[in-house]
Design a protein around this ligand. Sequence first.
Ligand code: ADP
Ligand code: ADP
Ligand code: ZN
Ligand code: ZN
Length: 749
Amino acid sequence: MQHISIVNARQNNLKNISLSLPKNRITVFTGVSGSGKSSLVFETIGAEAQRQLNETYDSFVRHRLQHYGQPDVDKIEHLNVAIVINQKRIGGNARSTVGTATDTFSLLRLLFSRAGEPFAGYANAFSFNNPAGMCPNCEGLGKVNTINLNKLIDRRKSLNEGAINFPTFQPGSYRWARYTLSGYFDNDKKLRDYSPEEWELLLNAPEHKPPHPLPGWGKTQQYEGVITRITRTFLKRESKTFNRNSEEVYEVIRLDDCPVCHGARLNQQVLASGIKGKNIADCAAMQINELEKFLEQIKTKQVQTIVAELIKRLRHLIDIGLSYLSLDRTTSTLSGGESQRIKMVKHLGSSLTGLIYIFDEPSTGLHPADVQRLNRQMEQLRDKGNTILIVEHDPDIIAIADHVVDMGPKAGVHGGEIVYEGTFNGLKRSKGLTGAYFRQQHTLNEQPRTASGHLTISNATLHNVKNVTLRIPEGVLNVITGVAGSGKSTLINQVLPEQHPSATLIDQSPLRGSRRAHIASYTGVFDEIRSLFAKTNKTSAGIFSANSEGACPECKGLGIITLDLAFMDSVEETCDACNGSGYNGEALRYKWHKKNIAEVLAMTVEEAITFFEGYALKDILQKVARLGLGYISLGQSLNTFSGGERQRLKLAAELEEEGRLFIFDEPTTGLHPSDTAQLMTIFQEMVDKGNTVIIIEHNVEVISQADWVIDIGPGAGNKGGKVVFEGTLKDMVKAKDSVTGKYLREYYS
Ligand code: ADP
Ligand code: ADP
Ligand code: ZN
Ligand code: ZN
C-alpha cells in the first residue's frame, strides 16, 4: 500500500514526530484540544501540500509565496494535492446563495432557458446577478431595508419625553428640535393620542418649510417627517452611513422581502416563464428534497441531461443532511457545519481522484442520525480513490476510520506526541484519554433537579417554527435536541432572546477587540501585567502595549506583515524586525522576573498561572484554564481561535454569575470527550448557583446529564419545527416519536 510519510514534524507543540499515513484510506486524528491535531493535519500536512502546489506557479508568484506556510518538518513524501474543507463561513455577500455556491442554480437557469414557457432567451436572463434578469427594485437582492416603526416610535411617550427612539433624535438634540419647534405638535401630547394628520406630518411629510414655526427655528431650515429623514440618510442600500451607525440603526431597521419581487430577486419578465406551473424562483424556494421530486416529473427530451445532472447534485445535498435547505437560501445565514457540508458537495460530484481531503470536525451541527449519512459520503469519497484525513471527536465518525492517530497525551507542551496509531479496535484498548473514553460506562441522569419556576416562549413563528408555545423549567439544566434543520437555533437562539431579553447567548461568533487582542487583553489581566512591568522598571505602562508606545515600527504592533497579491489571496508573514512579537526594542529591554513582555505573552495560560503565583491575575487565568484553555498562550491573537475556544473564553467571564439565564449553542464543538466532562462540571455548578442553563447539543455525553430535554422535530425544515418531546431523560428513552429518544435507547442498551 502507498503511504504519505512525514518525518520529524515540529510545528507548534509537535515533538519531532514521524508517521506514515495509508493512501486511499480514511485516517481520523483524535486527542484532547490543544494536543496538536491541527498543528499536524492543517499546519504541517495541509500547508506543505499547499506549498508544493505553489511551487508550480511562475517565478514571480513563487517569489512572493516562498515564506508562506513553510511548516517545521524535515520532509514529507508522496504527498498529493490537498483540499481543506473547513467550517469557515462561505462569503458574506448577499448575492451568494446555496444555489450559486453549489453551481446548481446555473443548471436551473439553463433548464428554464431551454424548457420554460413562454421562452425567455439566454440563460443569463435568469440570473439575479445580471441586469437583464434582476428585479429593478431591489437590484437582485430580494430584500429591502425598511423601518420597524414599533421600535422607532414609542407611542406611550410625548415628543418631550423622547418618543423618537433613534440615537441622534434624543430630547435636546437639534434633530429633535426640528419636530418640537416646527409648530405642528403639542410637545407634551402622547403620540398614541395623535390624529391621523399629525401622524402623517410626523412620519411621512416631505421636505418643506413649516408655515408657523416656533422661535428658534432657523430662517432657511426645512421640516421633514421622521421616516422620510431616516430613509434619506440611512436606508440608501448598503450606504456607508448605514454601516458606520450599524448597531443603533439595525435596532430600528428591518430587512423585509422586496415588495416588487417578493424576495424572488428576478424581474417580472423572467418570472413569467414557467415549467409545469412553477417559475425559477418557485423552484429555488422549494426545499431541496421537494425540488428533486419536482424535477423527476420533467420528461422533456431535450433537457434530460440537464435534469439528470441537477438531480444528481441535489441528491448529494440530501445525502449530506441538507435536504431542508432551499437553493435561494443566502449562504451568510448558514451555520459553520452547514457551510462545511455545502463545500463538500462540490467535491462529491467531482470525478477527480488521487486527492487528499482534509476535514475539520465534520460532525459539527449534526445529530447522530445525520452522522451516519455523512459517514457513507466520506466512504464514497475514499472509494473513488482519495485519501481522507479527518480531525474529529465524535465516536461515530472515529468508528469508520481505517486508521487512527491519537495525539496527546495532553495539551500544549504536555502534548505533541503520538499516543496511539493503528486500527479503531486497537484504539479502544489503547492507553490515553481517547481509549479510556471508549471503555467508559455511560449513565443517564437518574435524579433530575426540579424547576424553581418556568419561562414561556409564546406563539413563536419564524422560519419553519409555526406558532409554538413552550414552557422551559428554570433553575435546571435544559438540553435542546433534534436533527439538523429541525428548528433548534430558530427557537432558542432567535425567538427566545427576543421574548426574554435578559437571556445571555454564548455562541461561537467572533469576539470583540482589535487584531492585536489576545487572551491577556480580553480577560483584563494584561492591565495588571503591564503595571507590574511599569512599577519594577519605573517607566510608563504604555510602553508595554503593542498598539501604542511599544509598537514595532515595521508591523505597527501586529507581528505580521500582510502582502497583498493583486490576483490571489493576500499572504501573511512574520515581521522580521520584531520576530513576530509586535514590540519595539525599547519595550523588549525591560524585564520582570527575568522575562521581557514578549516572553510573558508567549507563555501558555498554565505556565502563567505558576509564574504569577500570589498575584490577583492568577485567579482570572485559573478560570480560563478550568474551561480547557490552559494550553493557549497569553498573546495568541483572538482571531486565530476556533469557534469552540471563543465560546469557552466568553464563558470564563460569566462563571461567578447567579440567577441568570444562559443559552449555549453546541458548546462541545472542538472538545475531546475528556474536555467535555470538565465543561459539564462547570455547567452543573452554574445551575447549582441558581442559573438556568439551556444547551443546544447533539453530543450524547451532554444530553445524558440533562435535567430536562426538549426535542424539536420530528424532521428537518418543513418536516420539523414542532416540539416532539419535553420531559426527563427517563421518559425520553421511552418516547416513540423522538429520533433522539431512539438513539439514546440504542446508546444505553
Ligand atoms: P488541536 O488541534 O489538537 O486542538 P493545536 O494543534 O491547535 O491542537 O494546538 C497544539 C498546540 O500548539 C497548542 O498548545 C496551541 O496553543 C499551539 N498553537 C496552535 N497554533 C499556534 C500558533 N499559531 N502559534 C503558536 N502556538 C500555536
Ligand atoms: P437547527 O438549529 O435545528 O439545525 P435551524 O433553526 O437552523 O435548525 O433551522 C430550522 C429551519 O429554518 C431550516 O429549514 C432552515 O433552513 C431554516 N432557517 C434557519 N435560519 C434561516 C434563515 N436565516 N433564513 C431562512 N431560513 C432559515
Ligand atoms: Zn425585488
Ligand atoms: Zn514587527
